[in-house]
Design a protein around this ligand. Structure first.
Ligand code: SF4
Length: 359
């Protein structure tokens, strides 16, 4: 029987895709978790970080119609909205004053009525209202959509957003890179290759990004492994990925669930496996998140003993997950408690992973 020490040794030598798939298939979760935890401790120690951030959606209008999404509304829907730049700026200022947030996480969708000027005003209004807040903005998929809509290149869109105040890119839209999965879960989004190429352009321009992976729908182990390897390769090439965030799919209110392609939530054992294999592949290249918003606070604590070492953020106002029925924000103290439950040392960080304070 495979022992955790054997897995650690194999991981430190460097797993191949084939090795990683075999581990997901054959090793029990305790062995994987123990090995991943040992590696996380070796490279990162016992500190678990998170950012104090506010999440604002600039709008919920989206024409991508992803079958995994419960958030979007089509143009003209009675509950469709687009937030005014001043409204977003006021919410951010309030969050700074009342909650001490250091980051705005802002996403929307593919809204065919938004102009480049809207985003100029949006980012600059936030910077004016809260100059010290880092703006972590639209996903690679949004970059591509607006580039096509405005007949610009990815580089032009990103440069313009950077000039207006964008500091980093959120990691969404990555889903699972493999085409056969993508065409089921996000048929109208960019390909996995395009996501990576846009990330490379952003990184070249000095705009770092997170990278996510949406798991627990129709993917298989080999797709998960392939996705993590591609993130690792991106990081080895640019060094500008800030955090790897495995996001558990929440099927409630989504098309994929209604069509019967997904029967329910993936089991917690699978969450452990996904996080553990992420650490075993990524080693010291990247922090791995226990995304409490998608797995719940209790399981997040367990994932910190399975290779994860970041809790993403406080995420005040998480409308995307709230519309699918998930709990949607936490205080720094609550996140610190999740870390302590796992015997870890909690610390608030900024977007770029500099420690602000130990809690
Ligand atoms: S996941 Fe994003 S791109 Fe897809 S429908 Fe939802 S908001 Fe639009």
């Amino acid at each position: 029987m495979l022992k955790p020490e054997d897995v650690v040794e194999a991981a430190l030598r460097g797993l191949s895709r084939h090795d990683a798939e075999a581990l997901m298939r054959e090793a029990d979760i305790f062995t994987l978790a123990q090995a991943a935890h040992a590696i996380s401790q070796k490279f990162y120690g016992d500190v678990v970080t998170f950012v104090n951030n506010i999440v604002v959606n600039y709008g919920n209008v989206c024409v991508a119609k992803c079958p995994i999404c419960a958030f979007y509304r089509l143009p003209g829907s009675p509950d469709a909205y687009v937030r005014k730049p001043e409204e977003v700026a006021a919410a951010v200022r309030q969050a700074v004053e009342q909650r001490g947030v250091t980051e705005l996480h802002i996403n929307g969708g593919f809204n065919p009525f938004l102009t480049p000027e809207y985003f100029d005003q949006l980012f600059s209004a936030v910077k004016k209202a809260a100059p010290r807040v880092v703006i972590k903005g639209p996903t690679m998929a949004e970059v591509d959509y607006y580039a096509k809509l405005w007949r610009m290149s990815w580089r032009e869109v990103l440069s313009r957003w950077k000039d207006a105040g964008l500091d980093a890119i959120s990691g969404g839209g990555a889903e699972i890179f493999a085409e056969e999965v993508r065409k089921v879960v996000a048929p109208h989004k960019i390909s996995g290759e395009e996501w990576i190429r846009i990330a490379e352009v952003a990184h070249e321009l000095g705009i770092p990004s997170n990278a996510t992976m949406l798991y627990g729908h129709v993917e298989e182990d080999r797709h998960v492994v392939d996705h993590i390897f591609r993130v690792k390769e991106l990081q080895e090439k640019t060094g500008r990925v800030l955090l790897f965030i495995p996001v558990k799919y929440n099927p409630q209110n989504t098309e994929l669930y209604k069509r019967g392609l997904v029967k329910g939530h993936a089991p917690a054992t699978y969450d452990v496996k996904v996080v553990a294999i992420s650490r075993l592949i990524l080693l010291d290249r990247l922090k791995v998140a226990a995304y409490w918003l998608s797995v719940g606070k209790k399981l997040a604590s367990t994932l910190l003993l399975a290779g994860a070492n970041d809790l993403v953020g406080t995420m005040y106002n998480e409308a995307v997950l709230r519309s699918a029925g998930a709990p949607y924000s936490a205080t720094p103290e609550e996140l610190a408690a999740i870390a302590r439950e796992a015997g870890k040392r909690p610390a608030e960080r900024d977007t770029f992973h500099r420690i602000i304070r130990y809690i």
